[in-house]
Design a protein around this ligand. Structure first.
Ligand code: ATP
Length: 237
């Protein structure tokens, strides 16, 4: 593997029953790089994230993380190696307090301890004794990211982290993701909000019907209205 890549996905396949959803996905994420995976609804973005994190068992191909093959390992073993998925519906425990939710993710060797999470997400500190079920959607997203950080991720995988959130909260989460990236955590992001993607990303991949059809650095991607129109239907927006 290249010294600069923390994640290398090669020819990844996944099925749901007879439905062949991923048909040979290949992509990389570099150390401390932020990479997005874009594509229309049903292209296979969430399935790619789940196949990397072990929530879906790939039916072919390789997933190498820090040089070791992790394809097909159970999710908890992949998480222990430093790959943390924050799923689309956030997975916050509603009957536990904010602090209890955070402590569930705690690992002693993590550079991210409770105080660090409260520094990045002051709202969580204010609400630390509230139940997870009492939080707004944005606060739940912050909590899910905070809990993942306490698990010492080297690669944070985020599935639509700002979907349905108010613009002011989206801005807050974008700023927080910038500081997490600046701290050296690599991030793989699936997000429909292109504005957010181009603010954060170093590089983009576009997935169509289970195959990567385009790859570009952020500057080239922003200028390429034809690609955005062809694959995402947003080029003229
Ligand atoms: N658990 C499942 N069982 C069967 N089919 C599924 C399952 N999850 C997803 N699919 C199907 O697999 C395809 C890819 O879904 P996936 O969620 O990976 O796409 P996506 O690109 O993330 O799209 P979206 O933005 O709509 O979530 C879709 O056709 C979807 O209907």
């Amino acid at each position: 593997m290249s010294a600069a890549n923390i994640l290398e996905v090669e020819g990844l396949h996944a099925h749901y029953g007879k439905s062949h959803v991923l048909q040979g996905v290949s992509m990389t994420v570099g150390e401390a790089e932020l990479v997005t995976l874009l594509g229309r609804n049903g292209a296979g973005k969430s399935t790619t994230l789940k196949s990397i994190a072990g929530a879906v068992t790939p039916t072919g191909g390789r997933v190498r993380f820090q040089g070791a093959d992790i394809a097909g390992l159970p999710p908890h073993r992949i998480a222990t190696r430093g790959v943390c998925l924050v799923p689309e519906h956030r997975g916050v425990f509603k009957l536990l307090t904010v602090e209890e939710n955070l402590l569930l993710g705690q690992r002693r060797d993590s550079p991210w301890q409770l105080g660090d999470i409260y520094r990045i997400f002051p709202r969580l500190k204010e609400r630390r004794r509230n139940g997870g079920g009492q939080l707004s959607g944005g606060e739940q997203q912050m909590l899910a990211i905070g809990r993942a950080l306490m698990n010492h991720p080297r690669l944070l995988i985020l599935d639509e982290p700002v979907e349905g959130l108010a613009p002011v909260i989206v801005e807050e989460i974008v700023a927080q993701l910038k500081s997490i990236k600046a701290a050296g955590v690599a991030i793989l992001l699936v997000e429909q909000n292109l504005e957010v993607c181009v603010q954060l990303a170093d590089r983009h991949y576009i997935l169509e019907q289970g195959v990567i059809v385009h790859e570009a650095g952020n500057t080239a991607f922003m200028a390429d209205h034809d690609v955005k129109d062809r694959y995402l239907g947003v080029g003229l927006a």
